[in-house]
Design a binder for this molecule. Structure first.
Ligand code: SF4
Length: 551
């Protein structure tokens, strides 16, 4: 009998490439990568102006419609009539409406009264009076027809605004401190850096084919008012003992299904160098970012695999050709970051932060706001990462009159906890990925919690999301709600997975996701009432909601 020769030990398999360009994986590995290779997405602008706007919706090449339009801030909106249960089984083309969502980026800019009016009248004239403020400080319209897009772009252009690369695998709209240049306690004004990053890199083909979205935040305000923990790249104001004010660099934040908080490099970057460092980080993402799987194509996965030491080394040696100055990272404070209410400016004027309910604004409201700004000589307005609006340069003597006038148009400078601290993403009303309603649900929730807890002495944030994508930052809200279908009386109904105790800042933490904490949309008010009642009864002196949950 012959003996079977012992099998050689299997060779370790070569690790499959992740589609990193810098390692030679230049061949497109999925349809998104193929589409970007077939034609630079920025080229779609010309086709929209010269072909699609003239010939109408049916003339649009599907590869442009579902791909490259995003680089112009355009997505088809959800066709009406599909409920959450059907979404999973409906082909994408049937979910497409013949209307678009259009995102306009604000990039931390001070919007003049004329710009606010332009944003309002675009909503009135072309978007059935929609104009929401998003938590990336965009204005988001719905019901846009492709025929109207060139005119809208002309109007935006006149107002110094743009929808370029507001979506897509590109440098998405930047978050800047809403009180940049005016707050009395500001460490450093980062707006010149943001303006320069926009000037150099937005619409630049070298940065229009990134592995996926790339989110930027810059703040020199000590409250860290741009959610720097959840951006791909953040520049956060800090002071070096010898060199003075500058910025620390945080990289690799992002939420969605594999949430990660940004990691701090512990460096000091002067204002003038911020654009170059931004270019270095964006280039690392472009060259080393994972392109094979869309689910791993965010910078956070690379940062998690490399660690910050290697990330810094590659940034310094391959992209900057110099060493960065080390400096301890600034500690994030606990507390509000939204600038609601009346505050002093450096120049003796005031800034006033107001809270639309869950970011729901309208074209009419913006037009009214522009009139109000003109009537009171207010210099400008900024949109915030918390779906709020801050008016800059209010004369102290006019403050009370301005606050009253704002109230009349539905923008409160003294909102309740719930109106102030509830955010909601787009949801099933317009978003093709949504499973549940969010905006209207959040509005009703705010009304009912205002009745149940009219005086709350500690902030509790509620972040309402229509699906796992966490556009309204599910995991970092005190009460984070992720839309999903839940069973109720043997039937699937709209509901939420609850995450409790999420926070940014000093207590940065993801909310605890307890299996049992699923709630129907209809039962949401009662559920939150029970949780808040328990917290109020059980908390110790000064304990925050998040600290209580993680006790
Ligand atoms: Fe749409 Fe989901 Fe994002 Fe909400 S979280 S806007 S439902 S993708």
């Amino acid at each position: 009998m012959t003996e079977t020769p012992a099998r050689p030990a299997p060779k370790p398999r070569p690790k499959r490439g992740e589609g990193q360009w810098a390692l030679g994986y230049r061949e497109p590995l999925n349809k998104n990568e193929q589409s970007k290779k077939d034609d630079n997405p920025l080229n779609v602008r010309g086709r929209i102006i010269n072909i699609y706007a003239k010939r109408g919706f049916d003339s649009i090449d599907p590869a442009d419609l579902r791909g490259r339009f995003r680089w112009m801030g355009l997505y088809t909106q959800r066709a009406p009539g599909f409920d959450g249960g059907k979404t999973a089984t409906v082909p994408e083309e049937e979910l497409d409406d013949r209307y678009f969502m259009l995102r306009v980026r604000s990039d931390g800019k001070l919007l003049s009264p004329a710009a606010v009016r332009a944003l309002g009248t675009i909503g009135q004239d072309f978007a059935r009076d929609t104009a929401d403020v998003t938590d990336r400080a965009n204005i988001q319209y719905h019901w846009i027809r492709v025929e109207d897009v060139p005119t809208i772009w002309d109007r935006l252009d006149e107002a110094g605004l743009s929808s370029l690369e507001a979506c897509g695998d590109s440098p998405r709209p930047f978050l800047g401190s809403p009180v940049a240049g005016v707050a009395t306690d500001e460490i450093i004004d980062g707006s010149p850096a943001l303006d320069e990053i926009f000037r150099r890199y937005i619409g630049n083909p070298d940065f229009s084919n990134l592995p996926r979205k790339f989110k930027t935040a810059v703040t020199g305000h000590p409250s860290h008012d741009v959610s720097p923990e959840t951006n791909d790249v953040s520049f956060v104001g800090t002071v070096h003992p010898e060199h003075g004010p500058g910025f620390d660099l945080w990289v690799g934040g992002g939420l969605s299904t594999n949430p990660m908080l940004a990691q701090k490099l512990g460096v000091w970057i002067p204002l003038d160098d911020v654009p170059d460092v931004w270019e270095g980080v964006a280039s690392i993402f472009r060259d080393y970012g994972y392109r094979r799987l869309r689910s791993r194509a965010r910078l956070k996965f690379l940062v998690a695999d490399w660690g910050v030491e290697k990330f810094r080394e590659v940034l310094e040696t391959e992209y900057l050709q110099r060493e960065l100055v080390s400096n301890p990272s600034p500690v994030s404070p606990v507390g509000h970051r939204d600038h609601i209410g009346v505050h002093d400016q450096k120049d003796g004027k005031k800034y006033v932060g107001v809270a639309p309910t869950a970011g729901r604004v309208s074209g009419t409201m913006l037009a009214q706001l522009a009139d109000l700004m003109d009537a009171h000589g207010i210099a400008g307005a900024r949109l915030t990462p918390y779906q709020k609006i801050v008016l800059i340069g209010v004369e102290p003597a006019a403050v009370e009159q301005v606050v009253e006038a704002l109230d009349v148009i539905g923008l409160s400078a003294r909102p309740s906890n719930w109106r102030r601290n509830t955010m909601a993403c787009t949801g099933i009303e317009f978003c093709k990925l949504a499973i549940v309603d969010t905006k209207e649900r959040a509005r009703r929730l705010v009304d009912s919690l205002e009745e149940r807890f009219p005086e709350l002495d500690t902030p509790i944030t509620v972040n309402v999301n229509g699906c796992p994508n966490a556009c309204a930052r599910t995991q970092v809200g005190d009460i984070g709600l992720k839309g999903q279908l839940v069973m109720h009386d043997g039937e699937q109904v709209e509901g939420f997975q609850v995450h409790l105790g999420g926070a940014t800042g000093l207590e940065a933490n993801f909310g605890r996701k307890l299996r049992a904490h699923k709630v129907t949309s209809a039962g949401l008010d009662d559920y939150i009432t029970v949780v808040v009642t328990n917290f109020l009864a059980d908390r110790t002196e000064g304990e925050t909601f998040s600290a209580w949950v993680h006790r």
